[in-house]
Write a protein of this length. Structure first.
Length: 324
C-alpha cells in the first residue's frame, strides 16, 4: 500500500511538472518566431527561410523573422541556435556545412546531432561537374582519362576549406583515382573567371551558380553529383551513372530547433513546414533557384544527419584534412 501511494505521488508530481510544457505546446505560438540563418542573404538556406517563413507566419498567426548570422564557416549562427532557449520561438535552418564542420574545427561548442532537435529535411542542392569547354571530353570517364593524361593541367577549383565543393572534389579524387590539384577560391564569383579562361579545368558548383554559364556554352556540364538526375538539368547524367559507383555529393539541410524543444512543438513545426513545402508557389520559387524540395519526419532528417556525418567524416579522414 505504501509503495502504491508513493508511485501515485511521484506520478502526480511528474504530471504537475509536465503541465506547463504541455500547456505551452498547446498554445504555441503566442509571439513571433525567429529563424536563424547562419549565412548571408541570397543563398539557398536564406531563400528557403524567407519563402517558408512567409507561409509559416500566415498559417501560425504570428510574425516570422529571419535573422542572418553569417561568419566562421556558418558556425556563428549555428552556435547561437544551439544556445537559444528550447521553446520553439527560435529555430534555424542549416546547409551542408552543418555535417562537415564537426570534422574541420576542434572546438565548435555544439554537436550536429546532440545540440539540436531535427524538425524537417527541406532541401537538396545538386552540384554540377562543369569543365572548360575546350577540353576534349563530353563525359565524366573521358574527362578522367584526360586528367590522367594531362596531370599538370588537372586543376580543380573549389570554394575553399570545408565547402561542399571541396568535399565533392575530394570525393571525386578518391572515387576516380585521377591526379588533381585543388585550387581554393572565395566562392563561385571568384572561381568562375579562371574556369572560363581555362586556367582551371573543373569546378563542381551548385546548379543555380553555374546553370547560366552552362546554357550559354561557356562551360560544359558533364555530370551531376547526386544519385538522381537534377530536375533543372535532366539531360545531364549523374556521376554514378557514369561509373563512379555510389558517388553522392550535395549540399543539403533543413530546419532545426535547440535540443530540449518540446516534442509537441517540433511536431507542430514539422507539420506546418511540410505543408508549406507542398504549396505550388513555394516549390516553384525554390526550384527556380536550383533547390530540390524534400520534406518528411523529424526522424528521417535525424537519420540523414547521421548518414552524412559518417560519409563526410570518412572523406575528411581519407583526404588527410586536419581540423583547425
Amino acid at each position: 500500500m505504501q509503495r502504491t501511494a508513493l508511485f501515485k505521488i511521484l506520478a502526480a508530481t511528474a504530471a504537475l511538472a509536465l503541465a506547463p510544457t504541455l500547456a505551452s505546446a498547446q498554445n504555441y505560438p503566442t509571439r513571433p518566431i525567429k529563424i536563424i540563418v547562419p549565412a548571408p542573404p541570397g543563398g539557398a538556406i536564406d531563400t528557403i527561410a524567407r519563402v517558408v517563413g512567409d507561409k509559416l507566419g500566415a498559417s501560425m498567426g504570428q510574425a516570422v523573422v529571419v535573422d542572418n548570422r553569417p561568419g566562421a564557416s556558418n558556425n556563428l549562427g549555428t552556435d547561437a541556435l544551439a544556445k537559444s532557449a528550447p521553446d520553439g520561438y527560435t529555430i534555424g535552418i542549416v546547409g551542408g556545412s552543418h555535417n562537415i564542420n564537426k570534422f574541420l574545427f576542434k572546438n565548435l561548442g555544439w554537436d550536429p546531432e546532440n545540440s539540436f532537435e531535427p524538425i524537417v529535411y527541406t532541401h537538396e542542392v545538386p552540384l554540377v561537374f562543369a569543365i572548360y569547354p575546350q577540353i576534349p571530353a563530353r563525359t565524366l570517364p573521358q574527362f578522367v582519362a584526360w586528367m590522367k593524361a594531362n596531370p599538370g593541367e588537372a586543376k580543380v577549383a573549389t570554394s575553399g576549406r570545408g565547402s561542399a565543393q571541396e568535399m565533392a572534389a575530394e570525393m571525386f579524387r578518391m572515387a576516380s583515382g585521377a591526379p588533381m590539384l585543388l585550387v581554393p577560391y572565395k566562392g563561385s564569383s571568384a572561381a568562375h573567371p579562371d574556369l572560363l579562361a581555362g586556367r582551371t579545368a573543373l569546378y563542381i558548383d551548385t546548379i543555380s551558380a553555374i546553370q547560366a554559364q552552362a546554357k550559354a556554352g561557356n562551360v560544359r556540364a558533364i555530370a551531376v553529383s547526386t544519385r538522381k538526375r537534377s530536375q533543372s538539368l535532366p539531360d545531364v547524367p549523374t556521376a554514378s551513372e557514369q561509373g563512379l559507383k555510389d558517388y553522392d555529393a550535395n549540399t543539403n539541410g533543413g530546419f532545426l530547433a535547440p535540443a530540449g524543444t518540446p516534442k509537441a512543438i517540433v511536431a507542430r513545426l514539422n507539420a506546418e513546414i511540410n505543408a508549406a513545402l507542398k504549396l505550388p508557389d513555394v516549390r516553384a520559387k525554390l526550384e527556380a533557384a536550383g533547390i530540390e524540395v524534400q520534406g518528411g519526419t523529424p526522424q528521417e532528417y535525424a537519420a540523414l544527419i547521421k548518414s552524412d556525418l559518417a560519409k563526410w567524416g570518412k572523406v575528411v579522414k581519407e583526404a588527410g584534412i586536419q581540423p583547425d
